[in-house]
Design a protein around this ligand. Structure first.
Ligand code: DGL
Length: 255
C-alpha cells in the first residue's frame, strides 16, 4: 500500500499520474481539508500536520509515503523521516527541479505557496543541479482556494493568473515549475498565459517514477485492490470532484 497526503485535493494530481501508470496499485490518500491551506502556515505547524497526516496513512497500511504537497515537502521532510525512520518518504521538489533543468539553460520560473517560495528550496535544488541558471519565484497564494472551489477556468482565476504571472512572462522564463500540487488543475490556463514556448512543469509523473524506483514491490499487481481516499473534513463536493478528476470510482473512507 502506498500512502499519499496533501492539504486538500491538490495531491490528487499525483494520484491521477499514479493511476494512469499503475491502474491497479493499492493506495490510501489523505486530503487535510479541515486544516488547508498549509501554504501560509509556519514550519512548526506544517511539520505537525504532516506528521499527523503520515500517521493516518501509515496506520492504514502504507509502507511508503509520497508527500504530495510542495509545502510539506519543503518544510517537513526531515521531521517526517526522523519521526518514522522505517518508512521511505518521497517528496515532490527534486523531481520537479530535475525536470526543469533538463529543459532550461538560462532561466526557470517557480510558482508555489508562500511557504514553499519562502523556504527557498527550489532555488537551492535547481542551483545544485545547474548553478548558472536564474531562478525567479512567485508566490501565488490565491490559486489554492480557487482550485479547492473548483474554479479552474473562471474569470476571477484568469485575473489572478495575469496578476501573478505577468512578471514571469515578461522575464521570458524557459520553463515554469508548478511548485504546488494544486496548480496542475490550472495547467491549461497557465500554459495559455505563458505561451507555447514555455515548458510548464508538472512533476506528478516524475514523482511516481521516483517512488517506483525506490520501492518497486509496492507497484506490483495484487489480487485484491484497495484504492481509498479520505478527507479530514467531509464534503460531497470533494468526493465528487475526486472521482471526476481521477476518472474512476474509488472508495471514500472517513478519518
Ligand atoms: N498542495 C499543496 C502544495 O503543493 C498545499 C497548498 C496549501 O495548502 O496551501 O504546496
Amino acid at each position: 500500500m502506498i500512502g499519499l497526503f496533501d492539504s486538500g485535493i491538490g495531491g490528487l494530481t499525483v494520484v491521477r499520474a499514479l493511476l494512469q501508470k499503475y491502474p491497479n496499485v493499492n493506495f490510501i490518500y489523505l486530503g487535510d481539508t479541515a486544516r488547508f491551506p498549509y501554504g501560509n502556515k509556519s514550519k512548526e505547524t506544517v511539520e505537525r500536520y504532516a506528521v499527523e497526516d503520515a500517521k493516518f496513512v501509515i496506520d492504514k497500511g502504507a509502507k511508503m509515503v509520497i508527500v504530495a504537497c510542495n509545502t510539506a515537502s519543503s518544510l517537513a521532510m526531515e521531521k517526517l523521516r526522523k519521526t518514522y525512520p522505517g518508512i521511505p518518504f518521497v517528496g515532490v521538489i527534486e523531481p520537479a527541479a530535475k525536470m526543469a533543468v533538463q529543459v532550461s539553460n538560462k532561466s526557470i520560473g517557480v510558482i508555489g505557496t508562500r511557504a514553499t517560495v519562502g523556504s527557498g528550496i527550489y532555488d537551492t535544488v535547481i542551483h545544485s543541479l545547474k548553478p548558472q541558471i536564474k531562478v525567479q519565484q512567485k508566490a501565488c497564494p490565491l490559486f489554492v482556494p480557487l482550485v479547492e472551489e473548483g474554479m479552474f477556468s473562471d474569470q476571477i482565476t484568469k485575473i489572478m493568473v495575469r496578476r501573478y504571472l505577468t512578471s514571469l512572462r515578461q522575464a521570458n522564463v524557459e520553463s515554469l515549475v508548478l511548485g504546488c500540487t494544486h496548480y496542475p488543475f490550472l495547467q491549461p490556463l497557465l500554459q495559455r498565459f505563458m505561451g507555447n514556448k514555455v515548458n510548464v512543469i508538472n512533476s506528478a509523473e516524475a514523482v511516481v517514477q521516483e517512488a517506483n524506483d525506490l520501492y518497486p514491490d509496492l507497484f506490483l499487481e495484487t489480487p485484491d485492490i484497495h484504492q481509498k481516499i479520505a478527507f479530514t473534513d467531509t464534503s460531497a463536493y470533494n468526493d465528487d470532484l475526486a472521482m471526476r478528476w481521477l476518472g474512476k470510482r474509488v472508495e471514500i473512507i472517513s478519518v
